[in-house]
Design a protein around this ligand. Structure first.
Ligand SMILES: [Cu+2]
Length: 164
């Protein structure tokens, strides 16, 4: 037997699949992780509970007072200074005359509060208190927290607003 094995001439070496450099794999992984984190963050920042109570009259947490507000401008505008009249009465409906009221506002999704420091500036009579210096600088979900204190007793109340 006279067999010859012919080896095909290899003019060029077969191209090997290029290996991805390790740093590129790492960089790609990090980019993906960052994208997922950013998406999760955006989902979190835009999350609003579907069962929020937007009513403008609410009982305080311990049920001591019924508190309502009327905004000077309605619907409450974004980026405009305005005042509110906050009405406080007992659960039985008697106007509360001598309350001390603290005011605070917050955007729960964003971790920031109001750009101003609103406060009660006048007692208007009949359980009505004037809150001046309110400004909401972003559209979205805001909460307004009031703590009503009469004598030794404090009771907080929270209002939700969705500003456009
Ligand atoms: Cu915000």
């Amino acid at each position: 037997m006279n067999s010859t094995v012919t080896v095909p001439p290899t003019e060029r070496p077969a191209e090997q699949p290029r290996k991805m450099p390790r740093w590129l794999l790492w960089a790609g992984g990090i980019v993906i992780v960052l994208l997922v984190a950013a998406a999760a963050m955006m989902a979190y920042m835009s999350y609003v509970p579907s069962d929020l109570d937007y009513s403008t009259t609410r009982l305080t947490e311990q049920g001591m007072y019924k508190v309502s507000y009327v905004a000077e401008i309605n619907p409450v505008p974004v980026n405009q200074m305005l005042s509110w009249t906050v009405h406080v009465e007992t659960a039985e409906g008697q106007a509360v005359e001598n309350a001390t009221i603290t005011v605070d506002g917050d955007m729960p999704q964003h971790g920031h509060g109001l750009p101003t420091r609103p406060q009660v500036t006048h007692y208007l009579g009949n359980g009505d208190y004037l809150v001046e210096g309110l400004k909401f600088h972003m559209p979205g979900w805001w909460v307004m927290d009031f703590v009503i204190t009469v004598g030794e007793q404090s009771d907080p109340v929270r209002f939700n607003m969705m500003l456009k």
